[in-house]
Each structure stands twice: as structure tokens, then as C-alpha cells.
Ligand binder design. Structure first.
Ligand code: GDP
Ligand code: IMO
Ligand code: MG
Length: 442
């Protein structure tokens, strides 16, 4: 039975089957996680962001209203749902304050239902500066980051001595000494490497004073909060950011983000074991996209790629960059399903493929004289991968108002079933448009 019916029936009505569910991207991000999380959040008590930072851009469309969330969990748009920003999220306070104020201006209040981990690391101006300076200096070797300071902040976290956590905002005089030391260090490095103008630690402290006033009311021990919620049988949705192929250890390194953005980052990211999950939902598109540099075996450089980009509005939610588009890569999706132990798949953007005469699914890679169906995450091996495609007929009929699988054109049904067969998991949710209601639940 589909996940949504189980949640509604057992979770809300009978209250005997409490849900712990993790939603994660199966590709290179932007799969439509925001939309899926928003739908699932209707029956949840808590939604948790467990990793990444303001590099994420999760879109929720409700009627004519569109919300693009970068740090807040997508559950934020649902009144009454508690929103947790957990330990492994790198928090840019400026973005978070803007997001809280932006929702408030639209009548959505987060007071009393937003909880930010005291142990989450803070993205400060020098992180963003370093991200931009380094990328600019790398020329053709750049990663194509979102320039949100993600890599430098996670690097400081791993390095420890220069790290600032949300809890540090509680003691501004201690923070002042720390910032003096950090800014002096960063100024030396940026000046030597990039001839950059020095930054002022006093100006940064003033900003931190504002962050403290605005954000400390939300800062708590989120691990304790989550375990108390688990003990009280509350339903919790864990929202992945980015996608599994952007995972620093399991993605297409170095063209990845700086966190464990697959489901494997969920337990360490929020202090809740994945053993406690009842369900794992993997989100993918009916084709593949990626932003930034890095390998993309099924990328289309032709008119079809262009058509998909324009029809699917494939421009980054965070940076506005055009997304690279390509055929559905079942080798990628199967790999993510495997490493994340995915139970069910949600496939978005089926509508975007309407009008294409022929569709291709990559079901294996040729690697030299071998054929593999297991994704080679090592870049040197991946560089040799030649996709082996299977072709399926396309369809012409618009189905953006369909509510049942049977209402889809025959070839669209066949396309979905064939991907289910190759990937080996049921596709329980199908996106037929960006709107909250443009979703088929099987
Ligand atoms: P996320 O980062 O995974 O949350 O995805 P993004 O929000 O960055 O990008 C997904 C985009 O696709 C957003 O603009 C959504 O509004 C849109 N979207 C989601 N599902 C569908 C769908 O089924 N059909 C269409 N046409 N658009 C969709
Ligand atoms: P959501 O959550 C798509 C990509 C960047 C770049 C690489 C490293 O919306 O799916 P970073 O700024 O993290 O150092 O950039 O990762 N990237 C994303 N691509 N969706 C995202 O998030 C992404 N977050 C990071 O484009 O290639
Ligand atoms: Mg996105």
C-alpha cells in the first residue's frame, strides 16, 4: 500500500502507526524533494533538515503561491508542523533570518515551532568570500559551487579550531575573541592567496549580535528534542538536501557538495539512527539534471536537452543557473536506491516529457570491454562510461490534471513501469506538474 495512505490512515486517524520517514534525492539534486516533503508533511508532527545549507533550494507550490526554501525544512509552510534544523546543517544566519521574515510577511509564523541545533555550524561572511575567491581562482577546474560558503564552513568544522557553532552566539564576548583570531587568520590567507582586502572582525561581531538577537530564541539541543519526540511516538519526516550523487563520500567526487547528502548522512546529521526509520522515499525526476561541473553520462547537448530545460523550467532555485539536462539514468537511480536502502520512489516531472517522440532510459554503462549496471562513483572509471540505452515511445497528450495512474497515456504508464522494473522499487508517487495537487499517488 502506498506510503501516503498508510500515514493518513494509521498516522493521523487511528494514531497507532507512527511514521519515521526519510526523503532523499536519488540524482544530483533538485529532484522535487520540496514538493514531496510538503505533501508528506501534512501528516507529520516534525520535519527535520539534517544536512547541507543554503546551497539547497526546495520549492513548494500551493495554488498560485510559490515558496523557495533554502534552510528551513519544507514543512515550514504547514502551520503546526515543527521544523528542526539539525546539527550537520551549516546555517547562514542571514539567509535563515530572511527566510523566517519572508514567511512571516506571507502570514506563516515560525514562533514556537522552529528549533535550530546549538551544535549546527555557522556560515559567516568569510566562508562565502573564500568559496567565491577559490572558485574564481580555479578557472576550468572549478567545482561550480553555489558560492554559499558551504565547503569552507564544513572545512572549518572538520578543522575544529576555527569553527563557530550556533550555541557560540550565546556568549558574544567569548565569540569576539574567537572572531578576532579567526578573521586575523583568514585575512592573512586571503591576502596571500587572492590579494583580497582585509575583513573587519568588529563588523562581523556586530552582525553576530543581530544573529544572536534574532535566532537564539530558536536555538536548542535538537538531539534531545528529537529523542523526546520519538519517545512520545511523534511522526517525523527527515528531509534530505542535495542528492545522493552529490554526497561527499558516495557521489561523483570532487564534483559534489561537502556533506553526506545521501540518506547515509541522516543519522550522523541529526543524531537519530536510521534503524528507527519506517520508510525511505527516494525522489527522482523522470529524466536527469545537474547544476555545476562534473560527469553526467546521459547529458543531452542537443535540442531535446534544450526542450526539457525550457519545458521543465530547469533553472536553479538557489543560483538561477541553467540546469544541465539528460535522459533518465537508471544506473544512477539504482545506485542511490541501493546505498540509501530506498523502499519507494517518487518520480517528479513526468509531465515535462510530454511531446517527445522517443524516450531513452540508460540501463547500463559500457566500461571498456565490460558492461556494468553498478554505478562507478570513481571519476576515472566514470569518465569511460558509455551509456547503453533502451528506447521507448513518447506521448503527446497533456495529463497535468491527472489524479490516477490509469489516466496517464499508455506510453507514459509503460515508461514508469519500465523504470520500476529496472530500478527494482515501486514508483508510488508521480509528479504531473509543480503544484501540490498535481501528484498521483498509487
Ligand atoms: P528540490 O531541490 O529537490 O526540492 O527541487 P527544486 O525545488 O530545486 O526543483 C524542482 C522544480 O521542479 C521546482 O521548480 C518544482 O516546483 C518543480 N516540480 C516539482 N515537481 C514537479 C512536477 O511533477 N512537474 C513539474 N512540471 N514541475 C515540478
Ligand atoms: P537541492 O537541495 C542541485 C551542487 C552545486 C555544485 C556542487 C557543490 O536544492 O537539491 P556547494 O555549493 O554545495 O559547494 O556546490 O553541488 N549543489 C546542488 N545542486 N541542488 C542542490 O540542492 C545543490 N546543492 C549543491 O551546484 O555543483
Ligand atoms: Mg533544489
Amino acid at each position: 500500500m502506498a506510503i501516503f495512505f498508510e500515514i493518513t490512515f494509521f498516522g493521523s486517524i487511528q494514531g497507532i502507526w507512527v511514521m519515521k520517514c526519510c526523503v532523499v534525492g536519488l540524482q544530483w539534486g533538485d529532484e522535487g524533494k520540496g514538493k514531496v516533503v510538503d505533501i508528506l508533511a501534512q501528516d507529520c508532527d516534525i520535519v527535520v533538515r539534517y544536512g547541507g545549507g543554503a546551497n539547497a533550494g526546495h520549492t513548494v507550490v500551493i495554488g498560485d503561491a510559490k515558496f523557495a526554501l533554502h534552510l528551513l525544512p519544507s514543512g515550514a509552510v504547514r502551520e503546526g508542523v515543527a521544523c528542526v534544523i539539525a546539527n550537520a546543517v551549516v546555517v547562514d544566519p542571514e539567509v535563515l533570518i530572511k527566510e523566517i521574515d519572508g514567511l512571516a510577511a506571507r502570514g506563516i509564523d515560525l514562533a514556537g515551532r522552529l528549533l535550530v541545533s546549538e551544535n549546527a555550524h555557522v556560515v559567516l561572511d568569510y566562508h562565502k568570500k573564500e568559496d567565491q575567491l577559490r572558485e574564481a581562482s580555479l578557472g576550468d577546474n572549478k567545482i561550480g559551487t553555489t558560492a554559499r560558503g558551504i565547503g569552507p564552513c564544513y572545512a572549518d568544522k572538520a578543522g575544529r579550531s576555527l569553527a563557530v557553532r550556533m550555541g557560540d552566539l550565546r556568549d558574544l564576548s567569548r565569540l569576539q575573541s574567537k572572531l578576532d583570531m579567526i578573521v586575523e587568520y583568514k585575512n592573512k590567507v586571503f591576502s596571500a592567496l587572492y590579494h583580497a582586502e582585509p575583513m573587519s572582525s568588529a563588523a562581523l561581531l556586530e552582525k553576530c549580535r543581530v544573529y544572536a538577537t534574532r535566532l537564539l530564541p530558536f536555538v536548542v539541543d535538537t538531539t534531545e528534542y528529537l529523542h523526546r519526540a520519538i519517545a512520545a511516538d511523534q511522526s517525523i519526516l527527515f528531509e534530505g538536501a542535495q542528492g545522493s550523487l552529490l554526497d561527499i563520500d558516495h557521489g561523483t567526487f570532487p564534483y559534489v557538495t561537502s556533506s553526506n547528502s545521501s540518506l547515509l548522512g541522516m543519522p550522523s546529521g541529526c543524531g537519530v539512527s536510521s534503524k528507527l526509520l519506517d520508510r525511505t522515499v527516494g525522489v527522482c525526476k523522470a529524466y536527469t539534471t545537474r547544476v555545476g561541473a562534473g560527469p553526467f553520462p546521459t547529458e543531452l547537448h542537443d535540442e531535446i536537452g534544450h526542450t526539457i530545460r525550457e519545458k521543465g523550467h530547469e533553472y536553479g532555485t538557489t543560483t538561477g543557473r541553467p540546469r544541465r539536462c539528460g535522459w533518465f539514468d537508471a544506473v544512477v537511480a539504482s545506485y542511490s536506491v541501493t546505498i540509501n536502502a530506498i523502499d519507494e520512489v517518487a518520480m517528479m516531472h513526468l509531465d515535462t516529457l510530454t511531446g517527445l517522440k522517443e524516450l531513452k532510459i540508460c540501463k547500463a554503462y559500457r566500461l571498456g570491454d565490460k558492461v556494468t549496471t553498478f554505478f562507478p562513483a570513481n571519476l576515472d572509471r566514470l569518465a569511460q562510461a558509455v551509456p547503453i540505452y533502451e528506447s521507448l515511445p513518447g506521448w503527446d497528450r497533456d495529463f497535468t490534471d491527472a489524479t490516477r495512474f490509469e489516466q496517464l497515456p499508455g506510453p507514459a504508464q509503460t515508461y514508469v513501469r519500465r523504470i520500476e522494473e529496472i530500478v527494482g522499487r515501486p514508483i508510488q508517487v508521480i509528479g504531473v506538474g509543480p503544484g501540490r495537487t498535481q501528484t498521483i499517488i498509487r
